[in-house]
Design a protein around this ligand. Structure first.
Ligand code: BJW
Length: 243
């Protein structure tokens, strides 16, 4: 890395900070990413598992995938990157964490000012009543699981072709429009509409800082692209702005 003097000054004077995260923030906790080396999509075809059509055609297969992921996630702990982000929300007068992750690790790290754009793997939704409830059963005793009302449950996850939760995406657009600094951490920025948030922030005058182990489609657009692990770079940024 290093953060430029401009980036450091922008963060020190920022009143309104937004952090957008993707799977890469959780990689150092042991969560597989979706794309790239060791990515989840390498062994599973996305269109077979992460679409409403796939669920309709084979709910058992889709639930088995989620059950496997929930077993993998259950013992994992937040890492230094999650922890820095949780501390950042206390440091800036206005702050929002926008996460595409469904793993619940930001919440475990203590983040509260947060929107989950793609749902949460620890929540289920009744297909009949639409009611969303917590579900931490690992492994699931019955696949597919069912609601007390008898109807089938689905993972409370946003699949391809589905709309994002209205309030969450509206809050995210507003924050992207209004922030002074946006940190974009561990996302390949290929999935819309989340991928458009850094562009919106930049167009509205924010200083946009990307943190990723590799370049992404937005690397040439942002103010700074810091190449390295989030668990190394975020603590370093925190140290620099504390100096
Ligand atoms: C590290 C690191 C370390 C590793 N430190 N970094 C406009 C144009 C074209 C298509 C569309 C469009 N608008 C909508 C679409 C369709 C679609 C879409 O975007 N498709 C694209 C793939 C082309 N979008 C949707 O369908 C969305 N719905 C929607 O927009 O509704 C309206 C609409 C529908 C249809 C047409 C038009 C409008 C819904 C998107 C739902 C996404 N759901 C998923 C899966 C859920 C399943 C599950 O989790 O169980 O969410 S997809 C998957 O990708 C998951 C993630 O949240 C999301 C983003 O991935 P992310 O987080 O970026 O992970 P990776 O793996 O891609 O990247 C990890 C990065 O970390 C890498 O860059 C590494 O280098 C880095 N890294 N270690 C720092 N230690």
């Amino acid at each position: 890395m290093l953060l430029t003097i401009t980036g450091k000054d922008a963060l020190i004077s920022a009143k309104n900070v937004v952090v957008l995260t993707g799977a890469g923030i959780s990689a150092e906790s042991g969560v597989p990413t979706f794309r790239g080396e060791g990515g989840l999509w390498r062994n599973f075809r996305a269109e077979e598992l992460a679409t409403p059509e796939a669920f309709e055609a084979n709910p058992k297969l889709v639930w088995e995938w989620y059950d496997w992921r929930r077993q993998l996630l259950k013992p994992l702990k937040p890492n230094k990157g999650h922890e820095v982000i949780a501390r950042f929300e206390k440091r800036f007068p206005e702050f929002l964490l926008i996460t595409q992750n469904v793993d619940g690790l930001h919440e475990k790290a203590g983040s509260k000012k947060m929107v989950e754009l793609h749902g949460n793997i620890w929540k289920v939704k009744c297909l009949k009543e639409g009611k969303v409830t917590d579900n931490f059963e690992v492994p699931l005793s019955r696949i597919p699981p069912s609601c007390e009302c008898g109807a089938m449950l689905r993972p409370h996850i946003v699949w391809f072709g589905e709309s994002l939760p209205y309030d969450a995406i509206q809050q995210a657009y507003r924050a992207a429009n209004e922030c002074d600094v946006m940190l974009v951490v561990g996302t390949s920025t290929v999935v819309q509409p989340a991928a458009s948030l850094p562009i919106i922030a930049k167009e509205n005058g924010a200083h946009v800082i990307e943190v990723n182990t590799e370049e992404t489609p937005i690397s040439s657009i942002v103010n700074e692209s810091l190449i390295g692990k989030a668990g190394d770079i975020l603590p370093e940024i925190e140290r620099l702005i504390d100096l």
